[in-house]
Design a protein around this ligand. Structure first.
Ligand code: GAL
Length: 684
């Protein structure tokens, strides 16, 4: 028998433009509690007190048969963005989203590696459900009898406007259980809403500077000697690279995982890491969370693990501090103290209803009392936090990869990836991740042609993590000799743009602004058709990236209002329109805003050590004055959390006679600047 209770919500204000309400009796285990989210309240306090976006009485809540149903009003013109790492669409209006973690998200249901129960509306508000349960969100995809639109009935035989999803006046959210916490965010623009969400989650992640260099994941069974040889080859061939990734073969056992070095392939791990470090490379280790019986930590973790195994390995309950301590101690002793810089946290995103059913079931039990459904939804989040904490305790920043995430992740220095490989979907995911506090890499693995290879490399170089993952393909940056110079050019360009990208990440941390973002987050494009553009995006504040795919040589690009300049040639384009662009293989169309300032460093083979200043070429594009906040800190430690950082203001003034004057703000004597000699380049 179904019971029904209707609730009136009480809202408590958390920060300017942010409210929460507790409905019924929520479970204690949520994404926020799992990682102890600490809102950046100081930064939030500086935001305007924007109004609550609804008439509070228009929000309806029912508890029906152990399900919470929340109904929020929806205007006819509203678009809905977000829900985490979505591959299939950008505007979810009219769709039902089933937000379950899924390692193989090939269908447009809302399931994905990183489903986030957070959406933003084109009407400048956001809604977050802080739960570790699977949430279903009907984004205007169902119509109630009492809806103001329910009387509009069209005849399918004669009316071309008939549609399977008639217009609806509400979003309905269904959460299993007897209680939940809901947050509402408001802002002046969609970007403002997203920024407040990121700040509420602690501010965006600030990777170490080396994390923004080029990454190369080695073939899975390569041994220490082969890897060193490959690293030397990179240097010889003049390909910048900062991070070498080791795939499953570094372990003595990997499916399930021992976390111990293979004695055959890596007899002297400390020497191996030192040798790479001396050549300017960091080492990142692959692992999955399922512990092999051969591992020394297995006996200690077994009583702290769930009821089911994966590939014969136990599934530790890392929501328990004592389980975390066991893994942390082992990783510190056997990897991090040897110089390992981070991890790729693989396969924490299983779901049972995929082609491959490999994960523990939803009814699995864990010693903490959480069940399999909850653990699957937040496992990736808990892993990210646990590993970040190890580094944080040592005052070292890390940057790594993860295959699952959810709400609250903004501050965690992890980048998502997938075994999917559709290039357009990869770019769409780059746009979509920016609505939900996630970072994503459109990693390059292989290609059917040299054209595809170049197009993929170009996009990867304009993403949060520029990576070739050769674990299975054994591809090398020079695998297509006919395009080797082009590949080198883009990996070098990535290197040159590090001061620009690093500053964009610092803004992510301090202001919540996503460093790579969808066009819908630009000014007020969210209300226009341009909001649904999912094949071009912004990299930092000034560069618009319009990738070409496969053998394409031309495409349409939407340029927002204003004047734009071709990044390379300085050719001028009028914005506020769609333009036709053609570009050969050597070129990814990049446009810089009028007044845009781009600080660039030399294409070094790897990011310099702390304290080694790099010269800067500062480019200014166009005819209007502009400025840029250049971030400066040691690039590696958490000293910035204690105020050890500086913003250098780069300014270009365009004088009445058209002459341009560049200046950089001073830092006090004794400040160890990361930037040396400065030259200005004015492009128009
Ligand atoms: C997959 C992962 C790949 C690679 C591989 C190694 O799960 O997505 O990138 O790491 O495992 O076995």
């Amino acid at each position: 028998m179904s019971t029904r209770q209707t609730k009136i919500l009480n809202w408590s204000k958390k920060a300017p433009g942010i409210w929460s309400s507790i409905i019924g009796s929520p479970e204690a285990f949520t994404p926020f509690s799992a990682i102890n989210v600490k809102p950046a309240l100081q930064a939030l306090k500086k935001r305007e007190n924007t109004p609550f976006p609804f008439n509070p009485d228009s929000i309806k809540v029912d508890i029906i048969s152990s399900r919470i149903i929340i109904r929020l009003p929806l205007k006819e013109d509203e678009k809905i963005f977000g829900f985490g790492l979505q591959f299939m669409r950008i505007n979810h209006r009219g769709r039902t989203r089933y937000l379950r973690v899924n390692s193989d998200p090939k269908i447009d249901t809302g399931e994905t590696h990183a489903p986030v129960p957070f959406y933003v509306s084109s009407r400048n508000y956001g809604v977050l459900i802080n739960t570790s349960r699977i949430v279903t969100i009907y984004c205007g995809s169902c119509v109630r009898k009492d809806s103001k639109y329910s009387s509009i009935i069209r005849d399918r035989n004669t009316d071309p406007l008939w549609t399977a999803t008639p217009i609806s006046d509400s979003v309905e959210i269904m959460i299993p259980g007897n209680g939940v916490e809901i947050f509402i965010f408001s802002g002046n623009t969609v970007l403002d809403v997203v920024e407040r969400y990121n700040l509420y989650c602690g501010g965006g992640a600030l990777p170490p500077r080396w994390g923004l260099g080029f990454w190369y994941r080695m073939p899975t069974n390569f041994n220490a000697e082969q890897i060193i040889r490959e690293a030397e080859e990179l240097r010889k061939r003049d390909f910048p690279c900062d991070v070498i990734g080791l795939e499953p073969g570094w372990h003595s056992k990997s499916y399930p995982t021992s976390y111990e070095w293979s004695k055959e392939r890596f007899p002297q791990p400390a020497e191996f890491i030192d040798k790479l470090r001396s050549k300017g490379f960091r080492v990142n280790l692959w692992e999955n969370p399922y512990v092999s019986p051969s591992s020394k930590i297995y006996p200690k973790l077994k009583p702290l693990s769930g009821s089911h195994t994966v590939w014969g390995g136990i599934v530790p309950d890392y929501s328990l501090p004592e389980a975390r301590e066991i893994l942390k101690a082992q990783h510190t002793r056997e990897h991090i103290s040897l110089g390992v810089s981070g991890y790729k946290l693989d396969e924490c995103d299983g779901s049972e209803l995929t082609d491959n059913s490999w994960i523990f079931p939803a009814h699995a039990t864990f010693p903490s009392g959480h069940d399999g459904e909850q653990m699957r939804q937040v496992y990736g989040l808990i892993l990210q936090k646990m590993i970040t904490d190890i580094f944080h305790e040592r005052n070292i920043r890390t940057y790594g990869l993860v295959r699952a995430s959810t709400a609250g992740a903004s501050s965690l220095p992890y980048v998502l990836y997938s075994d999917l490989y559709d290039h357009r979907q990869f770019v769409r995911a780059l746009c979509n991740s920016s609505f939900s506090g996630l970072l994503w890499t459109p990693e390059v693995r292989e290609a059917k042609s040299s054209e595809e290879w170049v197009r993929r490399i170009q996009v990867a170089c304009f993403s949060p993590l520029a990576m070739l993952n050769a674990w299975s393909s054994q591809m090398k940056p020079w695998s297509f000799p006919e395009v080797e110079p082009i590949v080198r050019k883009y990996i070098k360009l990535r290197m040159q743009l590090i001061p620009y990208f690093y500053s964009a990440f610092a803004r992510y941390h301090f202001d919540g602004t996503p460093p790579f973002r969808a066009m819908a987050l630009e000014d007020d494009l969210s209300k226009t058709d341009a909001a649904e553009i999912d094949d071009q995006y912004m990299a930092g504040d000034s560069i618009l990236v319009a990738p070409l795919f496969g053998s394409e040589r031309a495409r349409e690009v939407f340029l927002p209002e204003g004047i734009w300049y071709d990044f390379e040639t300085g050719e001028r384009f009028r914005g506020g329109q769609v333009i036709q662009v053609s570009a050969g293989l050597e070129k990814i169309p990049l446009f810089v805003r009028n007044g845009g300032i781009i600080p660039m460093m030399p294409a070094l083979s790897h990011v310099p050590q702390t304290g080694e200043p790099v010269p800067l070429e500062i480019r200014h594009y166009g005819t209007v004055s502009g400025n840029f906040k250049l971030f400066d800190d040691d690039g590696e430690s958490y000293a910035y959390e204690k105020g050890f950082y500086r913003w250098r203001i780069l300014e270009v003034k365009v004088l009445p006679d058209g002459k341009k004057q560049g200046s950089i703000s001073k830092v006090e004597d004794g400040w160890n600047s990361s930037y040396g000699r400065i030259t200005w380049k004015f492009i128009e």
